[in-house]
Design a protein around this ligand. Structure first.
Ligand code: NAD
Ligand code: UDP
Ligand code: UDP
Length: 322
């Protein structure tokens, strides 16, 4: 991405979007951040508001958007199961109609457009680790389907706009990513465990905790999607972005307790339906096409994330610690 481009980030006030807006501004770009604040707050981008190259716009991507930009990062979509299952019809609309609107916009202004897709397109995978060539194992009618199928349909739309209109598209499939500015109550495992540990509350492991995830730190993720946007026209993806180091959820709980020095106990709660048993990206393509691999190990990234939540809680909430 060259200096001075006009860039639209949908979902720009969210956890990942806010880090991306920051990096884009650092690179000298003009940034329009469009967000309806469904799963985020202005607080995430408050520090950018004084920047003359930054514009914050309250906008829902299920409605058309007419702006003049060179590049579009389409991140708008609630990402945590708690948020995306709150209004599942709106989740599907956000992914599908949001994709149509951003693709229509890209077509009109001849912009490059990047879709933040997800490892959830693989569902509960039967192949491990998951390469991009795997078509997935998704329940089309379950509680997670609004998110999984919405994102799958968005990918379809991206590739059809490419085939029909030769649009410069980029699709990244993001695996579990964590870091500062995750919503403290969005129910994702990293934020839940850290907040619980900092408050001295029980740590809620769903099921027996033997299910696995691979956790990527936000800064690494943002670096990868910036590199993806800069690839030549023939590179479309989909490309997996994530950290291939795999942990069980119980291991994560134990690590969070260790790093926070918390007295919290680990308790077991019911495993949600369709919860994938294992997930780990094959990042061979990210390595070869983008020259990228994650640099931040879980211990280090968790330390930074814990420091963020520690401050957040100290500012706004009372909590108990050892
Ligand atoms: P997030 O919930 O913090 O951010 C999503 C943002 O989109 C929020 O600011 C929300 O208010 C906004 N939004 C939701 N619906 C909208 C709509 N209709 N119009 C405009 N804005 C809307 O989540 P995140 O973790 O930052 O995720 C960003 C993107 O990355 C999402 O598309 C998500 O599906 C994808 N992703 C994230 C992860 C992860 O682990 N963080 C993994 C896979 C994919
Ligand atoms: N769109 C938009 N901004 C634009 C151009 C289009 O939001 O600058 C929306 C538009 O409302 C349309 C969608 O993108 O519904 C798809 O546009 P496209 O041109 O592909 O399809 P059409 O308008 O022919 O249905
Ligand atoms: N999980 C858990 N306790 C929590 C929140 C989540 O054990 O308080 C588990 C969840 O069942 C899943 C894993 O952690 O197996 C990751 O959950 P998350 O919601 O973060 O992401 P996703 O399921 O979309 O990967």
């Amino acid at each position: 991405m060259s200096i001075g481009k006009r860039v639209l980030v949908t979902g720009g006030a969210g956890f990942l979007g806010s880090h991306l807006c920051e990096r884009l501004l650092d690179r000298g770009n003009e940034v329009i951040c469009a967000d309806n604040f469904f799963s985020s707050t202005r607080r995430n981008v408050e520090h950018l508001i004084g920047n003359r190259r930054f514009e914050l716009m309250r906008h829902d991507v299920t409605f058309p958007l007419y702006v003049e930009v060179d590049e579009i990062f389409n991140l708008a979509c609630p990402a945590s199961p708690v948020h995306y299952q709150f209004d599942p019809v709106q989740t599907t609309k956000t992914s599908v109609i949001g994709a149509i609107n951003m693709l229509g916009l890209a077509k009109r202004v001849k912009a490059k457009v990047l879709q933040a897709s997800t490892s959830e397109v693989y569902g509960d995978p039967t192949i491990h680790p998951q390469p991009e060539s795997y078509w997935g194992n998704v329940n089309p009618i379950g509680f997670r389907s609004c998110y999984d199928e919405g994102k799958r349909c968005a990918e379809t739309l991206f590739f059809d706009y490419r085939r029909q209109h030769n649009l410069p598209i980029k699709v990244v499939r993001i695996f579990n990513t964590y870091g500062p500015r995750m919503h403290p109550h969005d129910g994702r495992v990293v934020s839940n465990f850290i907040v619980q540990a900092l408050k001295g509350e029980d740590i809620t492991v769903y099921g027996d905790g033997s299910q696995t995830r691979s956790f990527c730190y936000a800064d690494d993720l943002v670096e990868a999607i910036l590199r993806m946007m800069d690839t030549p026209h023939e590179v479309t993806g989909p490309i997996n972005i994530g950290n291939p180091n795999e942990f069980t959820i119980r291991e994560l709980a134990e690590l969070v307790i260790e790093l926070t020095g918390s007295t919290s106990r680990i308790i077991s709660e019911r495993l949600p339906s369709d919860d994938p048993k294992q997930r780990k990206p094959d990042i061979g393509q990210a390595r070869s096409v983008l020259g990228w691999e994650p640099l931040t190990q879980l211990r280090e990234g968790l330390g930074k994330t814990i420091a963020y939540f520690d401050q957040l809680l100290a500012e706004g909430e009372t909590f108990k610690r050892k």
